[in-house]
Write a protein of this length. Sequence first.
Length: 507
Amino acid sequence: MNHHSPAAPPEGGATDLAVDINAPVRSPLLRAAPWIALVVSLAILAGYLATDVQIFADGGFFAFAFLTGDPWGAHFVNIPTRAAAFLVTMVPPFLWARVGDPAGAIRLYGLIFGLLPLAGLLATWAIAGNRRILLFCSLSTIVVLPASVFFPSETLVTHAVFWPLFAFVCVSRAPAALPAVLLMLALAFSHEGGMGLMVLLVALLALRRRAGPVVVGAGLTVLVLWLSTRLLVPPVHAATRDALVLNMIGVVNPFGIIRPLSVAIVAGVATAWWLLRRDAADEPPVSRILAIAGLSLIPAAAILVAADLAFVGRHDTLLVGRYNFRTLLLGSLALFLLALSVMSLPDGRRPAPVRRLIGWATARARRAPALILATMLIATACHAMDGVNFLASWRAYAQELRAIALGRPAPVPAYAEILSRDPRPAPERLQRPGRDWTMSWDWTDPFLSVVLALPQPAQALVYRPAETYAPLSCTMMRDADRSAIRVPRESYELLVSYMCEHRGTQD
Protein backbone atom coordinates (compact mmCIF):
# COMPACT_ATOMS: atom_id res chain seq x y z
CA MET A 1 0.00 0.00 0.00
CA ASN A 2 1.34 3.44 -0.86
CA HIS A 3 1.32 5.52 2.33
CA HIS A 4 3.40 8.28 0.82
CA SER A 5 2.04 11.74 0.00
CA PRO A 6 4.13 12.92 -2.96
CA ALA A 7 5.90 16.20 -2.59
CA ALA A 8 4.70 19.17 -4.57
CA PRO A 9 6.60 19.85 -7.78
CA PRO A 10 9.24 22.52 -7.36
CA GLU A 11 9.06 25.72 -9.33
CA GLY A 12 12.41 27.38 -9.94
CA GLY A 13 13.96 25.44 -7.10
CA ALA A 14 11.40 26.73 -4.59
CA THR A 15 8.31 25.21 -3.08
CA ASP A 16 5.15 26.94 -4.26
CA LEU A 17 3.13 27.74 -1.14
CA ALA A 18 -0.26 27.36 -2.81
CA VAL A 19 0.59 24.03 -4.42
CA ASP A 20 2.35 22.54 -1.39
CA ILE A 21 0.18 23.62 1.54
CA ASN A 22 -3.06 22.97 -0.34
CA ALA A 23 -2.00 19.58 -1.67
CA PRO A 24 -4.35 16.74 -0.71
CA VAL A 25 -3.23 14.25 1.92
CA ARG A 26 -3.12 10.90 0.12
CA SER A 27 -1.55 8.67 2.77
CA PRO A 28 -4.19 6.63 4.65
CA LEU A 29 -1.98 6.84 7.71
CA LEU A 30 -1.90 10.62 7.65
CA ARG A 31 -5.59 10.93 6.84
CA ALA A 32 -6.22 9.48 10.29
CA ALA A 33 -4.74 12.62 11.86
CA PRO A 34 -7.94 14.74 11.93
CA TRP A 35 -9.85 11.89 13.53
CA ILE A 36 -7.21 11.43 16.22
CA ALA A 37 -7.27 15.20 16.78
CA LEU A 38 -11.06 15.04 17.07
CA VAL A 39 -10.81 12.38 19.77
CA VAL A 40 -8.19 14.44 21.62
CA SER A 41 -10.37 17.57 21.43
CA LEU A 42 -13.41 15.71 22.76
CA ALA A 43 -11.32 14.27 25.60
CA ILE A 44 -10.17 17.80 26.52
CA LEU A 45 -13.79 18.98 26.54
CA ALA A 46 -14.77 16.06 28.78
CA GLY A 47 -11.93 16.95 31.17
CA TYR A 48 -13.27 20.47 31.59
CA LEU A 49 -16.87 19.40 32.04
CA ALA A 50 -16.08 16.64 34.53
CA THR A 51 -13.69 18.47 36.86
CA ASP A 52 -14.40 22.25 36.74
CA VAL A 53 -10.70 22.70 36.04
CA GLN A 54 -11.50 26.05 34.40
CA ILE A 55 -11.26 27.63 37.87
CA PHE A 56 -7.78 26.25 38.49
CA ALA A 57 -5.02 28.84 39.06
CA ASP A 58 -5.88 32.22 37.47
CA GLY A 59 -9.30 30.78 36.62
CA GLY A 60 -10.37 31.11 40.24
CA PHE A 61 -9.84 34.85 40.06
CA PHE A 62 -11.32 35.14 36.56
CA ALA A 63 -14.47 33.38 37.79
CA PHE A 64 -14.68 35.85 40.66
CA ALA A 65 -14.13 38.70 38.18
CA PHE A 66 -17.08 37.82 35.92
CA LEU A 67 -19.27 37.36 38.99
CA THR A 68 -18.62 41.02 39.83
CA GLY A 69 -20.12 43.91 37.94
CA ASP A 70 -16.89 44.86 36.18
CA PRO A 71 -14.81 41.95 34.82
CA TRP A 72 -12.98 44.26 32.41
CA GLY A 73 -11.95 46.66 35.17
CA ALA A 74 -11.01 43.79 37.48
CA HIS A 75 -8.13 42.68 35.27
CA PHE A 76 -8.38 42.99 31.49
CA VAL A 77 -8.18 46.78 31.56
CA ASN A 78 -4.49 46.13 32.20
CA ILE A 79 -4.17 43.94 29.08
CA PRO A 80 -6.44 45.54 26.44
CA THR A 81 -4.50 43.80 23.65
CA ARG A 82 -6.14 40.57 24.85
CA ALA A 83 -9.61 41.94 24.23
CA ALA A 84 -10.58 39.09 21.89
CA ALA A 85 -9.83 36.53 24.60
CA PHE A 86 -11.91 38.63 26.99
CA LEU A 87 -14.86 38.72 24.59
CA VAL A 88 -14.71 34.98 23.96
CA THR A 89 -14.06 33.63 27.46
CA MET A 90 -15.29 36.28 29.92
CA VAL A 91 -18.26 38.09 28.40
CA PRO A 92 -20.59 35.06 27.96
CA PRO A 93 -20.30 33.87 31.61
CA PHE A 94 -20.53 37.48 32.79
CA LEU A 95 -23.82 37.91 30.90
CA TRP A 96 -25.07 34.57 32.20
CA ALA A 97 -24.34 35.68 35.76
CA ARG A 98 -26.48 38.78 35.22
CA VAL A 99 -29.60 36.69 34.59
CA GLY A 100 -28.77 33.20 35.89
CA ASP A 101 -27.02 31.46 38.73
CA PRO A 102 -23.27 31.80 39.40
CA ALA A 103 -22.73 28.05 39.13
CA GLY A 104 -24.16 28.09 35.61
CA ALA A 105 -21.86 30.96 34.66
CA ILE A 106 -18.84 29.00 35.91
CA ARG A 107 -19.92 25.91 33.97
CA LEU A 108 -20.29 28.04 30.83
CA TYR A 109 -16.77 29.38 31.41
CA GLY A 110 -15.47 25.82 31.44
CA LEU A 111 -17.52 24.86 28.39
CA ILE A 112 -15.96 27.72 26.41
CA PHE A 113 -12.41 26.70 27.27
CA GLY A 114 -13.24 23.07 26.59
CA LEU A 115 -14.66 23.88 23.17
CA LEU A 116 -11.73 26.00 21.96
CA PRO A 117 -9.60 23.10 20.63
CA LEU A 118 -12.62 21.48 19.01
CA ALA A 119 -13.80 24.75 17.45
CA GLY A 120 -10.38 25.50 15.96
CA LEU A 121 -10.08 22.00 14.52
CA LEU A 122 -13.60 21.89 13.03
CA ALA A 123 -13.32 25.39 11.55
CA THR A 124 -10.02 24.48 9.88
CA TRP A 125 -11.53 21.20 8.67
CA ALA A 126 -14.48 23.07 7.14
CA ILE A 127 -12.22 25.57 5.35
CA ALA A 128 -9.34 23.34 4.27
CA GLY A 129 -10.96 19.94 3.75
CA ASN A 130 -8.48 17.13 3.08
CA ARG A 131 -5.49 19.42 2.55
CA ARG A 132 -2.12 19.44 4.26
CA ILE A 133 -3.29 22.51 6.17
CA LEU A 134 -5.65 20.25 8.10
CA LEU A 135 -2.84 17.75 8.69
CA PHE A 136 -0.64 20.43 10.26
CA CYS A 137 -3.54 21.70 12.37
CA SER A 138 -4.24 18.15 13.54
CA LEU A 139 -0.61 17.55 14.47
CA SER A 140 -0.55 20.77 16.48
CA THR A 141 -3.79 19.78 18.25
CA ILE A 142 -2.49 16.29 19.07
CA VAL A 143 1.18 16.84 19.91
CA VAL A 144 1.45 20.39 21.29
CA LEU A 145 -1.90 21.79 22.44
CA PRO A 146 -2.82 19.26 25.18
CA ALA A 147 0.23 20.31 27.22
CA SER A 148 -1.31 23.78 27.68
CA VAL A 149 -4.98 22.99 28.25
CA PHE A 150 -6.55 23.05 31.73
CA PHE A 151 -4.62 26.24 32.43
CA PRO A 152 -6.82 29.32 31.75
CA SER A 153 -4.45 30.90 29.24
CA GLU A 154 -5.45 33.28 26.47
CA THR A 155 -3.05 31.37 24.19
CA LEU A 156 -5.74 28.69 23.84
CA VAL A 157 -7.81 31.31 22.00
CA THR A 158 -4.73 32.12 19.91
CA HIS A 159 -4.39 28.49 18.79
CA ALA A 160 -8.12 28.18 18.07
CA VAL A 161 -8.02 31.23 15.77
CA PHE A 162 -4.62 30.72 14.12
CA TRP A 163 -5.42 27.61 12.11
CA PRO A 164 -8.75 28.78 10.64
CA LEU A 165 -7.09 32.08 9.67
CA PHE A 166 -4.13 30.26 8.13
CA ALA A 167 -6.48 28.02 6.14
CA PHE A 168 -8.65 30.94 5.07
CA VAL A 169 -5.82 33.05 3.63
CA CYS A 170 -4.00 30.09 2.04
CA VAL A 171 -6.89 28.26 0.38
CA SER A 172 -8.01 31.30 -1.57
CA ARG A 173 -5.71 33.73 -3.35
CA ALA A 174 -8.30 36.48 -2.92
CA PRO A 175 -9.99 35.93 0.48
CA ALA A 176 -12.99 38.05 1.43
CA ALA A 177 -12.05 41.23 3.27
CA LEU A 178 -14.43 41.13 6.24
CA PRO A 179 -13.63 37.58 7.42
CA ALA A 180 -9.92 38.26 6.94
CA VAL A 181 -10.05 41.40 9.10
CA LEU A 182 -12.17 39.74 11.80
CA LEU A 183 -9.94 36.67 12.01
CA MET A 184 -6.78 38.79 12.11
CA LEU A 185 -8.30 40.97 14.82
CA ALA A 186 -9.20 37.89 16.84
CA LEU A 187 -5.69 36.47 16.48
CA ALA A 188 -3.83 39.71 17.22
CA PHE A 189 -6.03 40.61 20.21
CA SER A 190 -6.03 37.16 21.77
CA HIS A 191 -2.50 37.40 23.19
CA GLU A 192 0.68 39.32 22.43
CA GLY A 193 2.00 36.18 20.77
CA GLY A 194 -0.99 36.24 18.44
CA MET A 195 0.12 39.62 17.11
CA GLY A 196 3.54 38.20 16.32
CA LEU A 197 1.98 35.23 14.53
CA MET A 198 -0.19 37.51 12.43
CA VAL A 199 2.85 39.53 11.32
CA LEU A 200 4.73 36.34 10.45
CA LEU A 201 1.77 35.01 8.48
CA VAL A 202 1.40 38.15 6.38
CA ALA A 203 5.17 38.23 5.83
CA LEU A 204 5.09 34.60 4.64
CA LEU A 205 2.33 35.33 2.16
CA ALA A 206 4.16 38.42 0.95
CA LEU A 207 7.34 36.39 0.46
CA ARG A 208 5.52 34.04 -1.87
CA ARG A 209 3.63 36.91 -3.53
CA ARG A 210 0.30 35.61 -2.28
CA ALA A 211 -0.46 38.56 -0.01
CA GLY A 212 -2.98 40.39 -2.12
CA PRO A 213 -4.39 43.80 -1.24
CA VAL A 214 -7.00 42.26 1.09
CA VAL A 215 -4.42 40.40 3.19
CA VAL A 216 -1.95 43.29 3.27
CA GLY A 217 -4.66 45.85 4.01
CA ALA A 218 -6.20 43.72 6.76
CA GLY A 219 -2.79 43.06 8.30
CA LEU A 220 -1.78 46.73 8.31
CA THR A 221 -5.15 47.79 9.73
CA VAL A 222 -4.92 45.31 12.59
CA LEU A 223 -1.28 46.21 13.26
CA VAL A 224 -2.13 49.92 13.55
CA LEU A 225 -5.07 49.18 15.86
CA TRP A 226 -2.93 46.89 18.03
CA LEU A 227 -0.05 49.38 18.33
CA SER A 228 -2.47 52.22 19.07
CA THR A 229 -4.12 50.18 21.81
CA ARG A 230 -0.78 49.21 23.25
CA LEU A 231 0.51 52.78 23.34
CA LEU A 232 -2.66 54.66 24.29
CA VAL A 233 -4.14 52.30 26.90
CA PRO A 234 -1.43 51.59 29.51
CA PRO A 235 -2.06 49.26 32.49
CA VAL A 236 -3.83 51.00 35.37
CA HIS A 237 -2.64 48.66 38.13
CA ALA A 238 1.08 48.91 38.82
CA ALA A 239 1.41 45.43 40.35
CA THR A 240 -0.31 43.83 37.38
CA ARG A 241 1.87 45.81 34.97
CA ASP A 242 5.00 44.45 36.64
CA ALA A 243 3.59 40.92 36.71
CA LEU A 244 2.79 41.11 33.00
CA VAL A 245 6.38 42.06 32.19
CA LEU A 246 7.64 38.98 34.04
CA ASN A 247 4.91 36.95 32.37
CA MET A 248 6.07 37.89 28.88
CA ILE A 249 9.69 37.19 29.79
CA GLY A 250 8.57 33.72 30.82
CA VAL A 251 6.81 33.19 27.50
CA VAL A 252 10.03 33.66 25.52
CA ASN A 253 12.08 31.42 27.81
CA PRO A 254 12.61 28.17 25.86
CA PHE A 255 14.10 26.33 28.86
CA GLY A 256 10.74 26.39 30.60
CA ILE A 257 9.40 23.66 28.33
CA ILE A 258 12.01 21.12 29.45
CA ARG A 259 9.63 19.17 31.66
CA PRO A 260 8.92 15.47 32.26
CA LEU A 261 6.04 15.53 29.75
CA SER A 262 8.08 17.00 26.91
CA VAL A 263 11.07 14.77 27.69
CA ALA A 264 8.80 11.70 27.73
CA ILE A 265 7.30 12.51 24.32
CA VAL A 266 10.72 13.16 22.79
CA ALA A 267 12.06 9.91 24.25
CA GLY A 268 9.09 7.97 22.91
CA VAL A 269 9.36 9.45 19.42
CA ALA A 270 13.14 8.88 19.34
CA THR A 271 12.55 5.24 20.27
CA ALA A 272 9.94 4.86 17.54
CA TRP A 273 12.28 6.39 14.99
CA TRP A 274 15.05 3.98 16.01
CA LEU A 275 12.72 0.99 15.78
CA LEU A 276 11.42 2.07 12.37
CA ARG A 277 14.99 2.40 11.09
CA ARG A 278 15.60 -1.20 12.07
CA ASP A 279 12.42 -2.37 10.35
CA ALA A 280 13.03 -3.91 6.95
CA ALA A 281 9.90 -2.46 5.35
CA ASP A 282 9.94 1.14 4.10
CA GLU A 283 6.15 1.25 4.54
CA PRO A 284 5.35 -0.99 7.53
CA PRO A 285 1.73 -2.14 8.00
CA VAL A 286 -0.50 -0.51 10.57
CA SER A 287 -0.17 -3.44 12.95
CA ARG A 288 3.61 -3.02 12.96
CA ILE A 289 3.33 0.72 13.56
CA LEU A 290 1.00 0.11 16.50
CA ALA A 291 3.46 -2.37 17.96
CA ILE A 292 6.32 0.10 17.56
CA ALA A 293 4.27 2.86 19.21
CA GLY A 294 3.46 0.54 22.09
CA LEU A 295 7.10 -0.38 22.64
CA SER A 296 8.10 3.28 22.40
CA LEU A 297 5.70 4.13 25.20
CA ILE A 298 7.74 2.07 27.66
CA PRO A 299 10.56 4.65 28.09
CA ALA A 300 8.06 7.51 27.83
CA ALA A 301 5.86 6.10 30.58
CA ALA A 302 8.91 5.32 32.70
CA ILE A 303 9.98 8.96 32.55
CA LEU A 304 6.53 10.21 33.55
CA VAL A 305 6.20 7.76 36.43
CA ALA A 306 9.74 8.37 37.70
CA ALA A 307 9.27 12.14 37.57
CA ASP A 308 5.94 11.89 39.37
CA LEU A 309 7.41 9.77 42.16
CA ALA A 310 10.51 11.96 42.47
CA PHE A 311 8.71 15.29 42.54
CA VAL A 312 5.61 14.58 44.63
CA GLY A 313 4.98 17.74 46.61
CA ARG A 314 6.98 19.90 44.22
CA HIS A 315 5.01 22.91 43.05
CA ASP A 316 6.67 23.10 39.67
CA THR A 317 6.07 19.59 38.34
CA LEU A 318 2.47 19.75 37.17
CA LEU A 319 1.64 23.43 37.52
CA VAL A 320 4.50 25.57 36.31
CA GLY A 321 5.25 23.07 33.57
CA ARG A 322 1.74 23.39 32.17
CA TYR A 323 1.98 27.16 32.47
CA ASN A 324 5.33 27.26 30.65
CA PHE A 325 4.03 25.16 27.77
CA ARG A 326 2.52 28.39 26.43
CA THR A 327 6.04 28.91 25.06
CA LEU A 328 5.79 25.62 23.16
CA LEU A 329 2.30 26.42 21.90
CA LEU A 330 3.19 29.84 20.51
CA GLY A 331 6.72 28.86 19.53
CA SER A 332 5.61 25.84 17.52
CA LEU A 333 3.23 28.00 15.47
CA ALA A 334 5.97 30.58 14.89
CA LEU A 335 8.46 27.88 13.87
CA PHE A 336 5.88 26.42 11.50
CA LEU A 337 5.54 29.77 9.71
CA LEU A 338 9.31 30.31 9.66
CA ALA A 339 9.86 26.81 8.24
CA LEU A 340 7.35 27.48 5.48
CA SER A 341 9.11 30.76 4.74
CA VAL A 342 12.47 29.01 4.38
CA MET A 343 10.94 26.23 2.28
CA SER A 344 9.49 28.87 -0.02
CA LEU A 345 12.95 30.21 -0.86
CA PRO A 346 14.72 29.05 -4.02
CA ASP A 347 17.14 26.23 -3.28
CA GLY A 348 20.19 28.43 -3.74
CA ARG A 349 18.99 30.92 -1.14
CA ARG A 350 18.29 28.34 1.55
CA PRO A 351 20.93 28.04 4.29
CA ALA A 352 23.23 25.06 3.80
CA PRO A 353 22.04 23.26 6.98
CA VAL A 354 18.46 23.58 5.75
CA ARG A 355 19.38 22.11 2.36
CA ARG A 356 21.09 19.18 4.04
CA LEU A 357 18.11 18.64 6.33
CA ILE A 358 15.70 18.68 3.39
CA GLY A 359 17.86 16.19 1.53
CA TRP A 360 18.05 13.92 4.57
CA ALA A 361 14.27 14.05 5.05
CA THR A 362 13.54 13.50 1.37
CA ALA A 363 15.65 10.33 1.35
CA ARG A 364 13.50 8.97 4.17
CA ALA A 365 10.16 10.28 2.96
CA ARG A 366 8.65 6.81 2.50
CA ARG A 367 8.88 6.15 6.23
CA ALA A 368 7.56 9.57 7.20
CA PRO A 369 3.82 8.67 7.42
CA ALA A 370 4.62 5.74 9.71
CA LEU A 371 6.76 7.92 12.00
CA ILE A 372 4.13 10.68 12.04
CA LEU A 373 1.38 8.23 12.98
CA ALA A 374 3.57 6.73 15.71
CA THR A 375 4.31 10.26 16.99
CA MET A 376 0.62 11.07 17.19
CA LEU A 377 -0.12 7.89 19.11
CA ILE A 378 2.79 8.34 21.50
CA ALA A 379 1.93 12.00 22.17
CA THR A 380 -1.73 11.14 22.72
CA ALA A 381 -0.85 8.46 25.27
CA CYS A 382 1.64 10.70 27.11
CA HIS A 383 -0.82 13.58 27.25
CA ALA A 384 -3.52 11.21 28.53
CA MET A 385 -1.29 9.97 31.38
CA ASP A 386 -0.17 13.47 32.31
CA GLY A 387 -3.67 14.93 31.95
CA VAL A 388 -5.32 12.29 34.15
CA ASN A 389 -2.62 12.86 36.80
CA PHE A 390 -3.14 16.61 36.61
CA LEU A 391 -6.93 16.46 36.82
CA ALA A 392 -6.88 13.98 39.71
CA SER A 393 -4.53 16.27 41.65
CA TRP A 394 -6.72 19.27 40.85
CA ARG A 395 -9.91 17.53 42.06
CA ALA A 396 -8.23 16.50 45.30
CA TYR A 397 -7.09 20.07 45.94
CA ALA A 398 -10.47 21.58 45.03
CA GLN A 399 -12.23 19.22 47.45
CA GLU A 400 -9.77 20.08 50.23
CA LEU A 401 -10.13 23.82 49.68
CA ARG A 402 -13.92 23.63 49.43
CA ALA A 403 -14.10 21.79 52.75
CA ILE A 404 -12.09 24.58 54.39
CA ALA A 405 -14.20 27.28 52.70
CA LEU A 406 -17.37 25.67 54.07
CA GLY A 407 -15.98 25.73 57.60
CA ARG A 408 -14.86 22.14 58.04
CA PRO A 409 -11.60 21.53 59.91
CA ALA A 410 -8.72 20.44 57.69
CA PRO A 411 -4.94 20.48 57.96
CA VAL A 412 -2.99 23.02 55.92
CA PRO A 413 0.70 23.44 54.99
CA ALA A 414 2.93 25.59 57.18
CA TYR A 415 3.02 28.36 54.58
CA ALA A 416 -0.79 28.78 54.46
CA GLU A 417 -3.23 30.48 56.81
CA ILE A 418 -6.99 30.33 57.17
CA LEU A 419 -9.04 33.52 57.49
CA SER A 420 -12.39 32.62 59.06
CA ARG A 421 -15.58 34.57 59.61
CA ASP A 422 -15.92 32.99 63.05
CA PRO A 423 -13.20 32.07 65.55
CA ARG A 424 -11.82 28.59 65.04
CA PRO A 425 -8.96 26.61 66.56
CA ALA A 426 -5.58 26.86 64.90
CA PRO A 427 -5.46 24.36 62.02
CA GLU A 428 -3.30 21.27 62.08
CA ARG A 429 -0.08 21.77 60.12
CA LEU A 430 1.04 19.39 57.39
CA GLN A 431 4.74 18.70 57.69
CA ARG A 432 4.83 17.18 54.20
CA PRO A 433 1.96 18.51 52.06
CA GLY A 434 0.60 15.88 49.68
CA ARG A 435 -0.08 16.00 45.99
CA ASP A 436 -3.26 18.03 46.39
CA TRP A 437 -1.53 21.06 47.92
CA THR A 438 0.95 21.20 45.06
CA MET A 439 -1.95 22.58 43.02
CA SER A 440 -2.11 25.81 45.02
CA TRP A 441 -1.57 28.87 42.81
CA ASP A 442 -0.60 31.27 45.59
CA TRP A 443 -2.39 34.59 45.03
CA THR A 444 -5.57 33.06 43.59
CA ASP A 445 -6.35 30.83 46.60
CA PRO A 446 -8.54 33.40 48.44
CA PHE A 447 -10.68 33.96 45.34
CA LEU A 448 -10.82 30.24 44.61
CA SER A 449 -12.00 29.59 48.18
CA VAL A 450 -14.97 31.90 47.64
CA VAL A 451 -15.80 30.40 44.22
CA LEU A 452 -15.59 26.80 45.46
CA ALA A 453 -17.98 27.55 48.33
CA LEU A 454 -20.75 28.62 45.95
CA PRO A 455 -23.71 28.69 46.19
CA GLN A 456 -23.12 28.90 49.94
CA PRO A 457 -21.32 31.79 51.64
CA ALA A 458 -17.68 31.10 52.35
CA GLN A 459 -17.01 30.53 56.04
CA ALA A 460 -13.25 30.76 55.55
CA LEU A 461 -10.61 31.24 52.91
CA VAL A 462 -7.05 30.07 52.46
CA TYR A 463 -4.25 32.55 51.85
CA ARG A 464 -0.47 32.89 52.08
CA PRO A 465 0.75 35.67 54.39
CA ALA A 466 3.90 36.05 52.29
CA GLU A 467 1.96 36.62 49.04
CA THR A 468 2.15 40.25 47.94
CA TYR A 469 0.48 40.25 44.50
CA ALA A 470 -3.20 40.77 43.88
CA PRO A 471 -4.85 42.22 40.75
CA LEU A 472 -7.30 44.19 42.90
CA SER A 473 -6.52 46.76 45.58
CA CYS A 474 -8.20 47.22 48.95
CA THR A 475 -9.71 50.47 47.69
CA MET A 476 -11.14 48.84 44.57
CA MET A 477 -12.72 46.08 46.63
CA ARG A 478 -14.24 48.48 49.17
CA ASP A 479 -15.57 50.92 46.58
CA ALA A 480 -17.12 48.32 44.23
CA ASP A 481 -20.82 48.41 43.45
CA ARG A 482 -22.07 45.66 45.77
CA SER A 483 -25.42 45.40 44.00
CA ALA A 484 -23.74 44.05 40.86
CA ILE A 485 -21.76 41.31 42.62
CA ARG A 486 -23.08 37.76 42.26
CA VAL A 487 -21.30 36.16 45.20
CA PRO A 488 -22.80 36.08 48.72
CA ARG A 489 -22.27 39.23 50.73
CA GLU A 490 -20.49 37.31 53.48
CA SER A 491 -18.01 35.87 51.00
CA TYR A 492 -17.26 39.28 49.54
CA GLU A 493 -16.74 40.82 52.98
CA LEU A 494 -14.31 38.05 53.82
CA LEU A 495 -12.30 38.86 50.69
CA VAL A 496 -12.33 42.56 51.57
CA SER A 497 -10.98 41.68 55.02
CA TYR A 498 -8.19 39.66 53.43
CA MET A 499 -7.30 42.35 50.88
CA CYS A 500 -7.29 45.19 53.38
CA GLU A 501 -5.94 43.55 56.53
CA HIS A 502 -4.13 40.30 55.84
CA ARG A 503 -2.35 40.57 52.49
CA GLY A 504 1.46 40.77 52.44
CA THR A 505 1.40 44.39 51.21
CA GLN A 506 -1.43 46.87 51.49
CA ASP A 507 -2.60 49.49 49.01
